[in-house]
Ligand binder design. Sequence first.
Ligand SMILES: Cc1cc2nc3c(=O)[nH]c(=O)nc-3n(C[C@H](O)[C@H](O)[C@H](O)COP(=O)(O)OP(=O)(O)OC[C@H]3O[C@@H](n4cnc5c(N)ncnc54)[C@H](O)[C@@H]3O)c2cc1C
Length: 503
Amino acid sequence: MIIDDQYYDLIIVGTGAGGGTLAYKLAPTGKKILILERGDYMPLEEQNRTNVDVFKRDRYHAPEQWYDNAGEPFCPQMNYAVGGNTKIYGAALLRLREGDFERVEHEKGVSPEWCLKYSDFEPYYTEAEALYKVHGQTGSDPTEAPHSTEYPFPAVVQPAQIEGIFHALTEQGLHPSPIPLGLTRQADDPTNDAEVSGVALALQYPNVTLKTGAKVVCLHTNSSSKVVKAVEAQINGQSFLFLADIVVLACGAVNSAALLLRSASDLQPKGLANSSDQVGRNLMKGLMTAVVQLSKTPNSGTFQKTVCINDFYWGDIDFHYPMGHIQNIGGLLTDVIFAEAPPMLSVLAKLLPGFGLKQLATRSIGWWIQTEDLPDPNNRVRVEGDKLYIDYTQNNTQAHDRLIYRWIDLLKTVEKSLDGFQRGVMHPRGEVPIQVMANQCGTCRFGDDPATSVLDRNCRTHDVDNLYVVDGSFFPSNASVSPALTIIANALRVGDHLIERLK
Ligand SMILES: Cc1cc2nc3c(=O)[nH]c(=O)nc-3n(C[C@H](O)[C@H](O)[C@H](O)COP(=O)(O)OP(=O)(O)OC[C@H]3O[C@@H](n4cnc5c(N)ncnc54)[C@H](O)[C@@H]3O)c2cc1C
């Protein structure tokens, strides 16, 4: 074991939405900061995904195996790189709805109240939208809570085919709106992510050091387990110990929980910071289904997602429980999650012999249907020896199914008034498999009660004074919109707390 000869004020483990953003926020303090990242920099051609990923779906899977609750191994769709999963995300950066912070009755249970509210997050959402250059239009989505300022950039223009659907939906009395997108405004690298808006900005400060290829495997504490003393990482097959006053985990909801569980000791046999037995529990990842619409006119297959529909977020005329969020997929050839579901295109191929999968992809418009899943202590990250288990059983499925059928009905209705669509053709759909952990959250929930939560309001562990978790883990409940903007906003919020603590 090599003990690093430097002593740091703070170590951040992971450079995704949480860790990368926190590094940006803390860099100007002048404090000595070390960032440990297991991945490396991602080449630009890998990020831009202009190739036909429908046929190369394993490209964005981590070279490791996790196990489902039947003990079956799978390769998770995880991106270990500087910028984390934001290097391959869709950059749809939506705020949670105001009601997502409250206790909400669902058809099959309850989405619990957060200890902080929308008004606590609002200034940080504003800061996050400015940092990630979010393009959107306030006032267009009736479910969106008030913003203290406009989006920093105007919404992107809808592609012609989507624009037609947009207007047809409006005529049906719905409220489609431009989906807020984080964009760099650079042609060679259009998607704004935690490398561009986090790590790269942090590294402009001489007090910040990044070590890539550094996989953290364990945290070591003092004899009372109340203070983390050292962070153990594997670099090029060698074990290193790094020392700091404060340690922040930002490995993503699954890996941060796994790291705490793997840091068990005689004093903490259930895992570090786990006196509540909540570490790893309440894993949520949302219910996500792709629905494909066949169009007569070809498209590039590589356009950006641009529209979302939240009219059924809180329910429908005949269903008074939350149903969820709908957004267009964008070009099917570039959507890394859609690449998990090529059987849908195979169904279409049977209906249209003579078309290859690529040709079908460029004649299709895809939609994501997203519904919140509810926290369940039995849905959890579990570690046994070297193996990482994802015990996950879906819940809240009726709300999701209703939204799918409602949406397909609406598509059939609007297709009647639009040119360019095959009438009477089915709308194949496919739910994402366990491999897709894109919207993972909730494994170290924050709250005021140490018996039922892992983190306090500042995302400091209740049990260990100098240990924080600043990634998707802190969510006490999920939402139907994707989590990245809230993870970013939370990192900026915790950053303010840490700036005070480091003074
Ligand atoms: C294909 C795809 C599309 C998505 N699209 C959207 C979208 O449009 N909108 C949205 O809101 N969200 C989207 N998401 C989800 C979004 O990317 C995540 O919510 C967000 O990146 C999570 O941030 P995080 O900080 O929790 O973790 P991550 O971004 O996953 O970052 C974790 C970091 O920790 C590193 N790490 C992990 N373990 C270790 C270790 N042991 N040692 C050192 N480093 C470690 C990882 O390499 C990574 O850099 C998408 C995700 C995917 C995969």
